[in-house]
Ligand binder design. Sequence first.
Ligand code: MD3
Ligand code: FE
Length: 208
Amino acid sequence: MSASFSTPDGFRLLSGYFDRPAQEALVASIMTILKTAPIYQPVMPRSGRALSVKMSNCGALGWISEKAGYRYGATHPETGQPWPPIPEVLLDLWRAQSDWPDLPEACLINHYDEKARLGLHIDADESATYAPVLSVSLGDSAYFRLGGPSRKGPTQRLTLHSGDVVILGGASRRFYHGVDKILPGTSSLLPESFRPGRINLTLRRVHQ
Ligand code: MD3
Ligand code: FE
């Protein structure tokens, strides 16, 4: 069961890219990563208010939101430890689908509980602005919102399910997007302590 939806702007949704056993293996490797690099609650720049989405990272660099701003950094902001490596299966995904010569430096791990949201934003902290971003959804389904290059333009809603892969290439890499809502109880994939909830992985190239 693998279907795909794409737009001329380089946005591709590969539905059901990972089957259930592959999703289970991926969750197991994420749980191992989180033992070294625990999920933490980041805060927003300036206000210092908590984000509703909790985060961790793997890879040489991790994306960090803190009072001082957004940045990429090599170590966990709370433990000071280097991020664990990106699992090989995700590097395989990048090699198969990214069309980019270099491997990703960062994998942001977002965890949404049933109340978490991610407001409309663009990803602009990478100097490799032309490298695609690849996303993997695990656990409960979510309403994802995709806009265009300006905050004002029209948006569309897509439902992302566990095992789906999204490729943000071309112009869509710089499109506004967000997560409106998690649909609690729609998946039995994640361990009890992460349910209801959704984990999203984004593979990113940071430097050109
Ligand atoms: C569309 N994450 O971490 S992933 C993010 O589901 C982020 O956790 C969402 O937005 C999540 O920054 C969406 C899919 C995604 C990622 C990057 C994009 C969609 C995108 C960049 C441009 C356009
Ligand atoms: Fe984003």
